[in-house]
Design a protein around this ligand. Structure first.
Ligand code: SF4
Length: 65
């Protein structure tokens, strides 16, 4: 499974970072998402699903499910 973050769509809510802090950070300047890794380990699957579900802007997408 891979995750993709569209920074143009991100509204800097920070929900993804709260749900999956090992996978997402917020840019210190504009607050938008920074993807730490595209490739999701099985142990992070639940966290990334939660992050995608809670993203208010639809900026996060999963590939290869
Ligand atoms: S949850 Fe969505 S809108 Fe919020 S920071 Fe993450 S990618 Fe951006």
């Amino acid at each position: 499974m891979r995750v993709v973050a569209d920074r143009d769509t991100c509204i800097a809510s920070g929900m993804c970072m709260l749900a999956a802090p090992r996978l997402f950070e917020q840019d210190e300047e504009d607050g938008r998402v920074i993807l730490l890794t595209e490739s999701i380990e099985p142990s992070d699957a639940d966290a990334v699903l939660k992050a995608v579900a809670h993203c208010p802007s639809g900026a996060l997408s999963l590939l290869g499910e």
